[in-house]
Design a protein around this ligand. Structure first.
Ligand SMILES: Nc1ncnc2c1ncn2[C@@H]1O[C@H](COP(=O)(O)OP(=O)(O)OP(=O)(O)O)[C@@H](O)[C@H]1O
Ligand SMILES: [Mg+2]
Length: 398
């Protein structure tokens, strides 16, 4: 039987309380889905648990291999927010790369200490505990607490508590990020859907709806004519028929754009042929198609993706290029399928459009790029002012 002194008992009790509060915090954290709020809560809780007077939380940016200051408490605080350090620099960097806890008793004299460049934080760091944030054994950031209120070094208990806390926190961060991604994705799908509806409304308005009003006018005219000059009726009927026919073509084109059944049933080659045939009936420019070598059938979603890239490229040529000639070249050989849509129109500055694409409110180029990813193909857009534009999709065939 072991005897406990009063102080041992008090220590044990304090530890139990700390663990309990940690559990409560961890539960609360997983419910927080706003990433910024969550990160702040994590840091404040970590400082609270370890009785620290300062702290910072870094998240890793894999694209640049940097650690980004997300929350800072103490010293210069907000001035450092969103500043970056190389992911392998400093005590935080070492903790991140080696995925281990680092405890130093006097940080500012430690050779690894790396003050963020060009910012005076106005904080003298003594004790420092850096704990990696590990999610499924992968480091996603670092949690640092500094300067215990007692002025003492961090204890083993502190380290143990913070390590447990950091792993809970990392899970909560991953949750919040996934949630953020789902929200982004939902917004994007809603935007695409709204754009499709918008386009459909515009097509119906500009096409069949206008043709129908022309038809009504023509019929009224015919009624008068039947009374006044019935001998002229025959020629006017021809007119009427032509307008009705055009309305039918346009409606069929819209239906085809919405759901090209022939694509599902017969594949890309026949679908392209039918598509071009329909275009020729209503578009003023010359359209050439070369699709004789197409034979491979792909998964339905891949075929749909390829086809809608062609549709968007053609729509862009129709809307923006003022071309007199449009050429669709679809070539398949043993190793690849390449589809190029080429117009001889006014062209545009691709990099300039892409540079501020987010602010444009258009989706066409972005959709083409995403559809190319679905088809695991490579999309290139070449355009030259006054020469024309080529959109080219290449798909490797195994
Ligand atoms: N073939 C082309 N010829 C000339 N300019 C083009 C051509 N294709 C695209 N562009 C230019 O690039 C811009 C972006 O194209 P994108 O398809 O993303 O948008 P949009 O056609 O304007 O709108 P949305 O496709 O969303 O209806 C166009 O607004 C146009 O200025
Ligand atoms: Mg477009």
């Amino acid at each position: 039987m072991s005897f406990q002194t009063d102080s041992e008992r008090a220590q044990l009790q304090a530890r139990i309380i700390a663990l309990e509060s940690l559990q409560t915090i961890a539960r609360e954290l997983t419910a927080e889905l706003d990433l910024d709020v969550l990160l702040k809560k994590i840091l404040l809780a970590a400082m609270d648990v370890s009785r620290s007077t300062a702290g910072s939380l870094f998240l890793y940016d894999a694209a640049t291999h940097e650690l980004v200051f997300k929350v800072i408490v103490g010293g210069g605080g907000d001035a450092l927010k969103e500043t970056r350090i190389p992911a392998d620099k400093g005590i935080a960097g070492e903790s991140f790369i080696q995925q281990r806890v680092i405890h130093v008793e006097n940080a500012q004299t430690d050779p690894r200490y790396f003050a963020a460049p060009a910012v005076s934080v106005g904080l003298f760091v003594r004790q420092l505990l850096a704990v990696p944030l590990l999610a499924q054994a992968r480091a996603i950031g670092v949690l640092e607490v500094m300067n215990k209120d007692s002025g003492q070094p961090y204890s083993d208990d502190d380290i143990e508590l913070l390590t447990a806390f950091a792993s809970q926190s990392a899970i909560a961060i991953e949750n919040a990020r996934l949630y953020g991604q789902v929200l982004d994705e939902r917004d994007r799908i809603l935007a695409v859907e709204a754009a499709v509806r918008h386009e459909l409304a515009r097509d119906l308005h500009d096409g069949p709806a206008q043709m129908l009003s022309a038809l009504i006018m023509e019929i009224r005219f015919l009624r008068e004519l039947a009374v006044r000059e019935p001998n002229k009726l025959m020629t006017e009927f021809l007119n009427l028929e032509a307008v009705a026919q055009k309305a039918m073509y346009q409606t069929r084109n819209i239906l085809f754009d919405l759901r090209p059944v022939i694509l599902e049933q017969q594949g890309l080659g026949p679908a392209l042929e039918q598509y071009v045939m329909r275009l020729r009936m209503v578009e003023p420019f010359k359209i050439t198609l070369n699709a004789e070598t197409l034979r491979t059938r792909f998964e339905p979603k891949v075929e749909a993706a390829i086809f809608s890239i062609v549709q968007e490229a053609v729509n862009n040529a129709k809307k923006h290029s003022g071309a007199t000639h449009l050429e669709i070249d679809a070539v398949e050989n043993d190793s690849a399928l390449t589809i190029a849509v080429r117009d001889d129109g006014r062209g545009f500055d691709v990099s300039q459009i892409q540079a501020n694409y987010g602010q444009r409110g258009s989706l066409g180029l972005l959709n083409m790029k995403e559809r190319a990813e679905i088809a695991r193909g490579k999309l290139e857009i070449d355009s030259e002012k006054e020469k024309g534009t080529t959109v080219r999709l290449s798909l490797p065939l195994q």
